[in-house]
Design a binder for this molecule. Sequence first.
Ligand SMILES: [Zn+2]
Length: 317
Amino acid sequence: MTRLDPSNLSRRSFLAVAGSAAAVAFAPRFLFAQKKGIVPTMIDDAAKATIKTYPLRRNISVLEGSGGNIGVLSGKEGKLLVDSGFTVSKARILQALNSLNSDPIAQLLNTHWHTDHTDGNAWIHAEGAKITAHVNTRKHLSTSTRVEGWDWTFPPAPLGAIPTVVFNDEHRLQHNNTNVRLQYYGPAHTDSDVCVVFEEADIIHVGDTWWNGIYPFIDYSTGGSIDGMIHATEQNLRVITDKMTVIPGHGPIGDKAGLTEFGEMLVAIRNQVATLKKQGKSLSETIASKPTAAYDAKYGHFLITPGFFTTLVYSGV
Ligand SMILES: [Zn+2]
């Protein structure tokens, strides 16, 4: 099975950021209050990272290395991309796309509004892509938007980066002889998350509702919550079959079994943290009780440390 390389460059600098985050996790305002915050760290990583290409089924591939995983559907009508990574990776993303084939870029779908999935929107639009997303992705990209958990305020995106086709619940299109379905989750990781299903290929891109093998970030500032994440996972598990290939927002390409484990982890930690909070424990006491301990070896080694994930869950229970 195709696997994304788990030992990419970005991990080391994410760890450097996340390590200091854990130490001050009881003071969320200063989670990333070191010299270089998490957003500049993500951009610097994308500027250095190699873009790796993973062919899946039919004419669908994944590019990894610039922010979130980028899905690519190739064909005569031009490439359809799912998410756009960071602009600093433009040259290497273009090179990876051109090594697949010479099809131009025709369409871009955004799984949600976050910068590691939309920063490249403007240049991909300039290459000829029409941009489609949930109505809340357009809303957040059109205005100044703060993400408290990243200690970062994003200015409005340039006009070319703004999706021009938006929808509320479901959107379907036909591209390169493929039926593509986008479905809104409701509030989950943000309030703008959609999945993208390539029906004939049996492939689904679930955006940041799944971080495969790593604790997820949850953006409470724009409508995300732990319960929303759990609800989105339940929705994923209802539509995903054992045969489907699942592209997560971050982490290696996976399947239903991996997503099932992720969902069990979310529920177990949510319940542990809720119990501690009900007992009157403060956030720092809750972190000290290590409610994530059983899962840290598997999920706690990346961007979101055990202490930071506990902080995110504590905010929502
Ligand atoms: Zn995200």
